[in-house]
Design a protein around this ligand. Structure first.
Ligand code: PAF
Length: 275
């Protein structure tokens, strides 16, 4: 695997013909990331992974500084997954001057759910992803469905800017007890880790109720929040939404997803399940 710290070096390595897949990450790779690499490998001639902890998508007081950086171990995993090229720029390469031009996703998509609790987050994500797209010029780019709203914002950005890039979502990978894999799981204490799968269990109950015909979405959401709070969680939201645009569903809508964000101690976890 070739490792590139500069844009010029990555561009020189980008194959002229053949299908190029891009898998952007912030590193601290887990099996969910590796599943995306494997998926990419299966559909492309050249797989480019990126590792860049993007300051723009963190708010002051969030975990930018302490975000786990595990470069050597990440490289080993990427190499084993058959990745051809890794783009791992320093901040000065990505942002040689303050990024004055940014992508502002519409508030009805990026100001709801996670965007309500992390204002500006999706601006930072959309901006760095647009830069990575311009740098790597992939034919296909893969993102995990665990960050469901992020995937929607990127899909819509690619469509509205007519980017010739297929956006592909990868299924969420879970631990045996149901906890969605996330780099932030490493922040959990042993007691919090034992409690963490409760989020998945609560979301499972919600989708089972919807599948069984329940249409009182507000009651289902409130029940889930109460159950989490009773177990010590601080809940930002549990929300049943339409898969396509994450807007509020009406009772006859199908194609739903339940999304949640909640904190255990100081660790904020997100998860979702499609109905
Ligand atoms: O999902 C992530 O790891 C990040 O938000 C991404 C897409 C790599 C942009 O920094």
């Amino acid at each position: 695997m070739r490792i590139h710290e500069t844009i010029d070096s990555l561009r020189a390595a980008r194959s002229g013909d053949g299908r190029v897949a891009l898998v952007p990450t912030m590193g601290n790779l887990h099996d969910g990331h590796i599943a995306l690499m494997t998926q990419a490998r299966g559909s492309a001639d050249q797989v480019i992974a990126t590792i860049f902890v993007n300051r723009l998508q963190f708010r002051p007081g969030e975990d930018f500084e302490k975000y786990p950086r595990t470069f050597a171990a990440d490289c080993e995993r990427l190499e084993a997954a058959g990745v051809d090229d890794l783009f791992a720029p320093r901040e000065a390469e990505m942002y040689p001057q303050p990024q004055a031009y940014q992508i502002e996703p519409p508030p009805e998509q990026a100001g709801i759910l996670d965007g309500e609790f992390r204002p500006g987050h999706f601006r930072g994500v959309a901006t760095v992803v647009m830069k990575l797209f311009q740098i790597a010029q992939p034919d296909v780019a893969l993102f995990g469905k665990k960050d469901y709203q992020q995937l929607m914002v990127i899909r819509n950005m690619a469509r509205e800017f007519n980017l010739p890039i297929e956006i592909v979502g990868g299924e969420t990978v879970r631990a045996a007890d149901g906890l969605a894999l996330s780099s932030r799981n490493g922040y959990l204490s042993a007691a919090e880790r034992a409690e963490a799968p409760h989020l998945f269990k609560v979301l499972t109950k919600v989708i089972e109720a919807v599948r069984a015909g329940s249409r009182d979405f507000a009651a289902l959401e409130q029940g889930a929040v109460r159950e989490l709070q009773a177990s010590g969680w601080m809940t930002d939201y549990v929300a049943l939404r339409k898969k396509l645009d994450l807007q509020l569903p009406s009772a006859h809508d199908s194609g739903l997803v339940v999304l949640a964000a909640a904190r255990l101690g100081s660790t904020r976890l997100i998860d979702n399940l499609e109905v």
